[in-house]
Design a protein around this ligand. Structure first.
Ligand SMILES: O=c1ccn([C@@H]2O[C@@H]3COP(=O)(O)O[C@H]3[C@H]2O)c(=O)[nH]1
Ligand SMILES: [Zn+2]
Ligand SMILES: [Zn+2]
Length: 244
C-alpha cells in the first residue's frame, strides 16, 4: 500500500512563511492529520480540504504548533457538521491535552471532557496501532522537552516521522540498519544550539546512507539559505504531495 504525505506546513514553532509542521497522510481509503497546530485550519482552507474529509487526527505532543488548531477543528465539527473527530493520542497525553490546553476554551455546560468533543482513541507506545486497514503506526517516545512526553511515529514499519525531537542518532541507526527504515522525515533547527530540537550540524554527522533518506521539516523561514549545506538531505515543501 502506497502512502502519500502532504504537509499543511513545514515551519518551526515560530516560522511565519511555512506554517506549523502538520501533515496529511493519505492511504487509498483513509486520511490522517498528523498534528493540528494554530495554522492547520488556514492551511486546510487554502488547500480546499474540508474538515469532514479528514478521518482522524493524531497528536505527537502538546505544543501550540502541534495542537493549537484543535479547538477550532472540534468546535467546527460539532457546530457545523454535528460530528466528533476521531483523535489518536498517547494515553499519557489525554489528560494534559484537556486539562492544560483545551479546557479553558472549550468547557461549557455541555462539554466537560475531551471525550465530549473528540472520539478519543488511546495509542500505546512501542507496539503497532492499527489506524486503518493499510496504516499501522508505532508511537516511539523520543526526547524533546525534559519531563514532557513527546512522540515520533514509525509508519507501516518502514517510514520514520520524527515530529519534534532532539538528536537521537542511535535510534535512527537502529531503524535503518535493524528495522528496515527506508525514509525519514526529520525536524531540523538550522542555526544555533539544538537544546530541544535537532540541529542541521547534528544531522550532517550521520552516515551518508542515512542522510540520503532524510527529508527535513520544521525549519525556519530562511530555509533557502541552507539547501546547499544540507547536501543529500532534502527539504520537504509545504502543500506538495509526496508518494512515500
Ligand atoms: O525548553 C524550551 C521550550 C520551548 N522552546 C521553544 O518553544 C517552542 C515550542 O514549540 P517547538 O517545540 O516547535 O519549539 C520550541 C522552541 O522554539 C525552547 O526553545 N526551549
Ligand atoms: Zn514544533
Ligand atoms: Zn515541540
Amino acid at each position: 500500500m502506497t502512502l502519500r504525505l502532504q504537509m499543511l506546513g513545514t515551519g518551526g514553532a515560530f516560522a511565519k512563511k511555512y506554517y506549523n509542521n502538520n501533515g496529511l497522510l493519505y492511504t487509498d481509503d483513509f486520511t490522517l492529520l498528523i498534528d493540528c497546530g494554530i495554522t492547520a485550519p488556514t492551511s486546510l482552507h487554502q488547500l480546499g480540504v474540508s474538515l469532514t474529509e479528514i478521518d482522524a487526527i493524531l497528536i505527537t505532543h502538546i505544543h501550540a504548533d502541534h495542537v493549537g488548531g484543535l479547538e477550532e477543528f472540534a468546535f467546527r465539527m460539532k457546530y457545523e457538521f454535528g460530528r466528533k473527530p476521531v483523535l489518536y493520542i498517547s494515553e499519557k497525553l489525554i489528560a494534559p491535552l484537556w486539562e492544560n490546553t483545551l479546557k479553558g476554551g472549550m468547557s461549557q455546560e455541555t462539554i466537560t471532557s475531551l471525550e465530549d468533543v473528540f472520539e478519543v482513541r488511546a495509542l500505546k507506545e512501542g507496539m503497532l496501532n492499527q489506524i486503518s486497514p493499510s496504516l499501522q503506526i508505532e508511537m516511539i517516545q523520543t526526547s524533546h522537552i525534559p519531563g514532557k512526553p513527546s512522540y515520533s511515529l514509525y509508519l507501516n514499519n518502514e517510514i520514520f516521522y520524527s515530529a519534534d525531537m532532539t538528536f537521537q542518532p542511535d535510534l535512527l541507526k537502529e531503524l535503518v540498519y535493524e528495522r528496515h527504515c527506508r525514509k525519514i522525515f526529520h525536524e531540523v533547527q538550522l542555526v544555533g544550539p539544538g537544546e530541544v530540537h535537532t540541529t542541521l550540524d547534528e544531522l550532517l554527522s550521520l552516515p551518508v546512507d542515512i542522510r540520503s533518506m532524510i527529508w527535513l521539516m520544521h525549519y525556519n523561514d530562511n530555509m533557502e539559505d541552507f539547501i546547499k549545506k544540507a547536501g543529500e538531505m532534502k527539504f520537504l515543501r509545504q502543500h506538495e504531495m509526496y508518494t512515500l
